[in-house]
Design a binder for this molecule. Structure first.
Ligand SMILES: Nc1ncnc2c1ncn2[C@@H]1O[C@H](COP(=O)(O)OP(=O)(O)OP(=O)(O)O)[C@@H](O)[C@H]1O
Length: 531
């Protein structure tokens, strides 16, 4: 983040112009085969406006206008907060105004409203803020008109919540907006004004600010990590958080837990977390692969796990003879241990394991989703594994290139988290010191990415990568001219970088965005051309 003093701009001031939104758009992805849309590391959904109108009508009928308004405001607030955090990740190196502008831009990108800043003043250090915006084509006005008809009071509740949530994250203190004109009441367009909450009592629809102003996750949210003695199991995708919440609950009991999921999703890792959080944490944690077990091995494992936990990995591979013995041992109840098991296949189908055993060891089943169904977690895991490998190898790993990042997000991971770990381990060894990891360090040339669509600047969905490369108008002529002049790749790179920096008026973060690079990547290329 560049150093800046207070920001003040109003009216047609150039400083209020919204920057190019290509950097934000670039991370909106559509995975039609997996039934997913992601924006950065958040899962999104497309909702019909008509459905929003129905929800609004039902909510008002069920709990009254005031409560419905508070609920929708809170919902918008959470979206705004999450976008505020996303904006920090994407524009963390841009100017404060560009970072702030991501809020109005994301709100527009998500189809809610077109925003025109009328006046913006902020001084983050002093906590001063004033913002006034015109809203055109508000989705919420349309939803309200469809469900309730013309209104006597402003109706953009969810959207006010959004603006407040985003600005609160931006300023690091509660900011609350009011809607001073609304098209649902007959105004030409909606207009909102935001100010710090300060010591004032929040308006009723913002009552939640009094109890949890900035914190995320909210009080009912499941944890984003399950602590273990040797490093937490991480992930914030909803599916995984669901598993964390169940496991955190069951850990303190003596109930057997059955972890279900594909190879490498983290079942063993999670079983260890359950043990570490249990009353038996001080005891041993013993893991045996059921497929490789013989009667003596089973007896030995039962003895070693005394006072602690026993994880029977791949329960589906246990031989019929050992299934009988295990059932007997379980029912005898004379083994002082916590039973944990994992399986890669559904034990309720296929008759691989006796029903009696499934009923006992599978009393508390927890499904761990495959990585391709929680791609939002890839950036988080990538960061963790890069740190781990950097420490392990005693090397400086500076991150991954845009192409590598895209390839990592695209891949289907039949081997799940273990495969991701392995690919990064290999790349960490192959990459030159101080250089970013590229696609070729992670994938071989013949590994084709799965079908994924992205939003092209023209607003249409197209396969990833189709926007770049040979389809660009005039690119053939350009390549011809460069080759005729024997311009080397280095000279071309330098010229591109210089051109982008010039066009961005010397602003390196903006130049990096023009080039599709992060700022550190641009800085690295600069250093490379210098030396
Ligand atoms: N959420 C996570 N956070 C951090 N590391 C993880 C996570 N999930 C898995 N891993 C890592 O991925 C690797 C595979 O995990 P684990 O052995 O727990 O998988 P598994 O589901 O038990 O696999 P299998 O069915 O093949 O036994 C381990 O190195 C583990 O540390």
């Amino acid at each position: 983040m560049s150093e800046e003093g207070p920001f003040v701009a109003a009216g047609d001031d150039d400083a209020l112009r919204l920057p190019d939104s290509a950097d934000l758009l670039k991370h909106l992805r559509f995975w039609p085969r997996d039934g997913r849309i992601t924006l950065g590391d958040e899962r999104m959904v497309l909702v019909h406006l008509g459905a929003m109108a129905t929800l609004r009508r039902e909510l008002i009928a069920a709990v009254g206008v005031a409560r419905a308004r508070a609920i929708l405001t809170r919902m918008g607030y959470v979206s705004g907060q999450r976008d505020g955090e996303y904006a920090r990740r994407i524009r963390g190196t841009a100017s404060y105004y560009e970072l702030f502008a991501a809020g109005p831009q994301l709100h527009a990108l998500e189809g809610m409203v077109a925003v025109r800043p009328l006046e913006v003043q902020f001084d983050i250090e002093r906590g001063h803020y004033r913002g006034e915006f015109a809203w055109r084509s508000s989705a919420e006005v349309e939803a309200h008109l469809e469900s309730e008809g013309r209104a006597a009071e402003p109706v953009c509740w969810t959207m006010l919540g959004y603006a407040s949530g985003f600005t609160t994250v931006f300023m690091g203190r509660p900011i609350v907006y009011r809607e001073v004109a609304c098209r649902a009441c007959g105004a030409r367009h909606c207009r909102i004004v935001g100010r710090p909450l300060g010591d004032d009592t929040p308006p009723p629809e913002f009552e939640f600010l009094a109890t949890h102003p900035i914190a995320r996750p909210g009080p009912g949210d499941p944890p984003a990590a399950l602590a273990r003695d040797d490093g937490p199991v991480i992930g914030h995708a909803t599916g995984l958080r669901g598993a964390f919440a169940l496991l955190a609950r069951v850990a303190g009991s003596e109930l057997p837990v059955l972890l279900e999921g594909e190879p490498g999703v983290g079942k063993r890792h999670l079983a260890r977390a359950v043990h570490d959080r249990s009353r038996r944490a001080a005891g041993p944690f013993v893991v045996v692969r059921a497929g490789a077990l013989d009667p003596a091995g089973l007896a030995d494992a039962l003895a070693r796990a005394r006072g602690g936990s026993l994880l029977l990995a791949d329960l589906d591979r246990l031989s019929p003879e050992l299934q009988d013995r295990l059932l007997h041992a379980f029912d005898a109840g004379d083994h002082d241990l916590r039973w944990l098991a994992s399986t890669r296949v559904d034990l309720r189908r296929g008759g691989l394991v006796r029903d009696e055993l499934v009923q006992r060891l599978g009393a508390f089943p927890v499904w761990v989703p495959p990585l391709r169904e929680r791609r939002e977690d890839i950036p988080l895991l990538l960061g963790r594994f890069l740190d781990q490998h950097a420490r392990g190898l005693g090397r400086r790993l500076v991150g991954v290139t845009e192409a590598a990042n895209n390839a990592l997000l695209d891949h289907d991971y039949p081997g799940n988290v273990r495969e991701l770990w392995g690919r990064i381990a290999r790349a960490a060894v192959l990459v030159d010191d101080g250089a970013p990891i590229d696609r070729g360090h992670l994938f071989s040339g013949d590994e084709a990415p799965p079908a994924r669509l992205e939003l092209a600047p023209a607003g249409v969905l197209q396969p990833i990568g189709a926007a770049a490369g040979a389809d660009l108008p005039g690119v053939d002529e350009l390549i011809g001219a460069l080759l005729d002049r024997r311009a080397g790749i280095d000279a071309l790179e330098q010229a591109l970088i210089r051109g982008a920096v010039d066009r961005a008026g010397g602003n390196l973060a903006a130049a990096a965005r023009l080039l599709g690079l992060t700022r550190p990547q641009l800085a690295y290329r600069f250093r490379k051309t210098d030396g």
